[in-house]
Structure formats: structure tokens, C-alpha cells
Write a protein that binds this ligand. Structure first.
Ligand code: SF4
Length: 84
């Protein structure tokens, strides 16, 4: 049976992997591994978030309003508020 050190070595660098080697976002018995389409490292997550913020800030107020009403129940999330 594999020890904890060996198990850590086998699992991918993914922010969704819990400390108990379970996936926090998918309904799978155990982590799918490197081939998982949802695997995301800390750096990948940060870069994706920055791209998302850039895309949101490029939208008009009207377009943002449509997104807010459809996905956020009409309440503007902090990250989508205009910077002053
Ligand atoms: S690699 Fe896939 S299955 Fe494993 S923790 Fe990440 S998202 Fe979940």
C-alpha cells in the first residue's frame, strides 16, 4: 500500500485537490490525475482570474448589468464593481 509521500507524488498540482486527496469540485471517487480537464494549478487559476477581470472591465455598464442580473441575482459582486 502506498504511503502518504508516495500518494502526494502521484497527484497533480491542482487547487481543487483537498488535503484528503479528494476532489472538491467533481463527483469522482478519487482524483482523475494529470489528464483531468478541470485540473488547475495556483498559477493557472490566478492567470484565468486576471483574464476574467480584464474581460469584465472591458464590458459596458449595460453588458455588466445583464450579467449581474442573470448570474448574480441583481447584486453586483465586489470584483465587478468599477474601480474609481
Ligand atoms: S485534477 Fe481533476 S479530479 Fe483531481 S482534484 Fe483537480 S479537478 Fe479534481
Amino acid at each position: 500500500m502506498a504511503g502518504i509521500e508516495e500518494r502526494e507524488f502521484c497527484f497533480p498540482d491542482c487547487i481543487h485537490l483537498s488535503q484528503r486527496y479528494r476532489c472538491d469540485i467533481l463527483r469522482v471517487a478519487q482524483c482523475v490525475g494529470e489528464g483531468c480537464a478541470f485540473r488547475q494549478s495556483e498559477t493557472e487559476y490566478r492567470l484565468a482570474y486576471e483574464r476574467w477581470q480584464k474581460a469584465i472591465s472591458a464590458l459596458s455598464c449595460e453588458q455588466r448589468g445583464k450579467i449581474v442580473s442573470k448570474y448574480y441575482g441583481g447584486k453586483m459582486p465586489h470584483v465587478m464593481q468599477e474601480k474609481k
